[in-house]
Design a binder for this molecule. Structure first.
Ligand SMILES: [Zn+2]
Length: 113
């Protein structure tokens, strides 16, 4: 969920973000977990170069999801099946493209609140 409005970002198995690249093009990103990594699916015309810094926003309240501890990380709150909250950080640097519309985003670390 969003750390600002506590709106639910999860749809099915995916987490939905509003994203913006350095050319100020905007899109939506759906991320789902694949093992230790999260893969993102976005519109094929939303282009990000490897190493590009992508801005992540909550699609509900439109606030930036930048993590306060590191400007290269994005922060969301996950609630596990027992109701326990975890802060989860993702790198906001665009990663390797496995296909033209999927980019992978590494899960940096889990931190307990
Ligand atoms: Zn929000």
């Amino acid at each position: 969920m969003c750390p600002h409005c506590r709106g639910y970002l999860k749809v099915g198995d995916c987490i939905v973000f509003k994203i913006r690249n350095t050319r100020r093009e905007k899109g939506l990103l759906m991320m789902h977990q694949e093992g230790d990594n999260y893969s993102g699916v976005k519109h094929p015309l939303f282009y990000s170069e490897e190493g590009e810094r992508i801005d992540f926003f909550c699609p509900i309240c439109m606030q930036s999801l930048d993590a306060s501890l590191d400007e290269n990380l994005v922060q969301v709150i996950m609630i596990d099946s027992s109701g326990y909250e975890q802060k989860i950080y993702f790198s906001r640097i665009a990663g390797e493209h496995s296909t033209y519309q999927v980019s992978s985003i590494d899960l940096i670390q889990y931190l307990d609140i």
